[in-house]
Design a protein around this ligand. Structure first.
Ligand code: PGA
Length: 264
């Protein structure tokens, strides 16, 4: 089946509120004009401090305001954390879970990532779940062992709901090999396709073909306007999650255009 392509910007720990506003002022009208026909889902994952402004400016346009993190409880004694109802209040429509920087620097486990993803889906948010291996794991032949465990934990944590098509349409995975993130060292289109295919096959085993066919799988790791076309052209790769090359609005606008398969 045809899955709608998605292009997502991950600003990480960058941009003040004013810089975020300037970016949105450049991006939103372009996306509305070029991709407002719903051909591409566009999300910008911004720091908490910019979410109010971005949520307001994106509104219900074709650009989804996204959060890079949250906690799965709704309220309580969790100093420093932000909950799903707080995000919804700001107009947030998408979240990232399992980013390798959260796993590696902040110690997030497969169990925590699974809980957060499940909470996001229950709230009607679109979670982009990141999975991927380190260079050492890849070199020692342990790539699939690592990635399959990460995918399994999330899908098994979803429970019964996971079979519904509505969940499949909102659940997004991003294969992000850690060695390709911020290094300029992009995986080849074959590597990206191979990993995406393996993830889709595993989803099929766990929840059936129809479910697997509907879930979108992005590639992330040094995606830029020059390589987005060849990556997007691969059958199982449905879009990109982009850090460095998303920081300039003009570059991200090019990436959004590149997300339309066959147009680059
Ligand atoms: P990069 O980051 O595009 O700068 O490699 C991607 C990511 O970490 O999501």
């Amino acid at each position: 089946m045809a899955r709608r392509p998605m292009m997502a910007a991950n600003w990480k720990m960058n941009k003040t509120v004013r810089e975020a506003e300037e970016y949105l002022a450049a991006l939103t009208p372009r996306v509305e004009a070029d991709a407002g026909d719903g051909e591409v889902d566009v999300a910008v994952f911004v720091p908490f401090t910019a979410l109010g402004a971005v949520g307001r400016m994106a509104g219900d346009s074709s650009v989804m305001a996204g959060a890079q993190n949250f906690y799965y409880e709704d309220s309580g004694a969790f100093t420093g954390e932000v909950s799903v109802p707080m995000l919804l209040d700001l107009g947030v429509r998408a979240v990232i879970t399992g980013h390798s920087e959260r796993r590696e620097i902040f110690g997030e486990t497969d169990t925590l990532v699974a809980r957060k993803t499940s909470r996001a889906l229950t709230a009607g948010l679109l979670p982009v779940v990141c999975v991927g291996e380190t260079k050492e794991e890849r070199d020692s032949g342990g790539m699939w062992d690592k990635v399959s465990k990460q995918v399994r934990a999330v899908v098994e944590g979803l429970g019964e709901n996971a079979s519904s098509g509505e969940v499949a349409d909102r659940l997004v995975f991003a294969y992000e090999p850690i060695w390709a993130i911020g290094t300029g060292d992009t995986a080849t289109p074959d590597d990206a396709q191979d990993a995406a295919r393996k993830v889709r096959d595993l989803l099929g085993e766990l929840r059936g073909e129809e479910f697997a066919d509907r879930v979108r799988i992005l590639y992330g790791g040094s995606v830029k306007p020059e390589n987005v076309g060849e990556i997007m052209a691969r059958d199982d790769v449905d879009g990109g999650l982009v850090g460095g090359a998303s920081l300039e609005a003009a570059s991200f606008i090019e990436l959004v255009a590149g997300a339309r398969k066959g147009t680059v």
